[in-house]
Design a protein around this ligand. Structure first.
Ligand SMILES: [Zn+2]
Length: 436
């Protein structure tokens, strides 16, 4: 096992380096960053391939095989980031500056930090001569995650399934500690919701806006729809992950409405994050109607970002939409982008490893499965390899979930150095424990 202080230092320096590569997607421009990681891993003894769907944006696959059969453990990550406006930041978003015990910069949480911890752990292990006794250690570092993974994980899983195949995947999506009353809990992301974006259209009859009743205004017909969607509440439904989450909180979930109300009363911050796991969310984000101020619109269109629990499809989404806005309201609903979410089982040896690590590092704390309201590269791995267990876990103890969540895709994104050390220890431990 690599020395903890050394592991923390390696991870910190690597993260600083990674932040200094500007990989804002679009356009991504990840090649230089990926080549840097490839050299590092190759130097430590990994077999490394760079696989690109398009020029200048290679994905990285690194392997450290053993001579005997066993599980393939894949540490997964992406190096592209969302944009950043330096004017909003205390430190330049591409500086990788260290201040107040943190590394600052775009990607410090999502997710160059995890990539740095995974690669630093793998390199440190390999350099000190460690090799898997069975199975294989794999690192898959993708591009293009932030805009849908068309050239990243989605492409890798469909075009190079043999190269990225894995039995166990550890990716982003969970791991920050949070408190609930006296409890300290670490979330493990075991499932991703699906995306069912839709357009709701109303129609009327055009006419001169100076004579309001000469036409039929399609825009004002949106008022009851917007009213119905205001508040962002969900109709809660039972499914394995939120049921287990309530259990971890110590809340009786036989009546979901009552359970959610109890959490809301105890800690509204937890309720805000928990509620989307419980059902279909519908968030109106864009609206369009007349092109001219003096013309009553004959058509109006509202676009809604709709997220559906794992494994449920369009039929379920439509049922919820109709019960929210009314089925016979004269609306026309059409789906645009749709992706069905998926899940991994909750009780697995990988979950046991995580539970064991948390018990050693933070005695008294517990672990709970969570559902990611958005989706990550895990989705593509679960879909391509039906037996693969893919979890999101990047343990964070110094910075909790409530502090970290607003920084992801926000200004002043940063990560405590001690959490980088914690995460790197987890990945090194996991490789040793799984591939013995
Ligand atoms: Zn991410």
């Amino acid at each position: 096992m690599p020395e903890p202080g050394d592991l923390e230092r390696r991870t910190t320096e690597l993260l600083q380096r990674l932040i200094r590569f500007n990989t804002v997607n679009p356009p991504g421009n990840e090649e230089e960053c990926q080549t840097y990681l490839a050299d590092l891993l190759r130097g430590a003894g990994f077999e490394v391939e760079l696989l690109a769907a398009i020029e200048g944006r290679p994905n990285l696959v690194a392997r450290l095989p053993s001579r005997s059969d066993g599980p393939v453990l894949c540490l997964l990550g992406h190096v592209d980031t969302v944009l950043a406006d330096p004017a909003d930041w205390t430190h330049d978003p591409w500086s990788g500056d260290i201040a107040n015990g943190c590394v600052w910069g775009r990607g410090a949480l999502d997710m160059k930090s995890q990539v740095a911890a995974e690669v630093a752990a793998a390199v440190a292990l390999a350099e000190e001569g460690w090799r898997p006794q069975s199975g294989e250690l794999k690192l898959v570092i993708t591009v293009d995650e932030e805009t849908g993974a068309e050239h990243g994980a989605q492409w890798l899983c469909s075009q190079h399934g043999d190269k990225v195949h894995a039995d166990l995947v550890v990716n982003e999506g969970g791991g920050e500690v949070f408190t609930y009353g006296e409890k300290r809990l670490y979330g493990v992301c075991v499932a991703e919701k699906g995306v069912f974006r839709f357009t709701l259209a109303t129609s009327g009859r055009a006419g001169h806006a100076s004579i309001p009743r000469i036409g039929v205004n399609a825009l004002t017909k949106m008022a009851p729809v917007l009213e119905a969607l205001a508040g962002g509440r969900v109709t809660p439904e039972h499914s394995p992950e939120p049921d287990a989450f309530f259990e971890a909180l110590g809340v009786d979930a036989s009546d979901l409405d009552a359970a959610l109300a109890e959490v809301e009363a105890t800690d509204p911050r937890v309720a805000v994050l928990l509620e989307p796991m419980l059902g279909v969310t519908m968030t109106p984000t864009m609206i369009a109607a007349s092109q001219k101020i003096n013309v009553i619109p004959a058509r109006a269109e509202l676009r809604v970002d709709c997220r559906v629990p794992p494994e449920l499809g369009e039929e379920h989404a439509l049922e919820r939409i109709h019960s929210a806005v009314g089925a016979g309201g004269g609306y026309d609903i059409s789906f645009g982008e749709t992706v069905v979410g998926n899940r991994s089982p909750i009780d697995t040896p990988l979950m046991e490893s995580i539970r064991g690590f948390v018990a050693r590092e933070d005695p008294g704390a517990a672990v709970t499965p969570v559902v990611l309201p958005g989706f990550s590269d895990s989705r593509w791995f679960r879909a391509a390899f039906p037996d693969c267990v893919s979890y999101g876990f990047f343990p964070q103890k110094a910075m909790d979930l409530f502090e970290a969540a607003p920084l992801v895709h926000g200004a002043d994104e940063r990560v405590p150095i001690s959490d980088l050390g914690l995460a790197a220890r987890f990945y090194a431990n996991l490789a040793e424990e799984t591939l013995r």
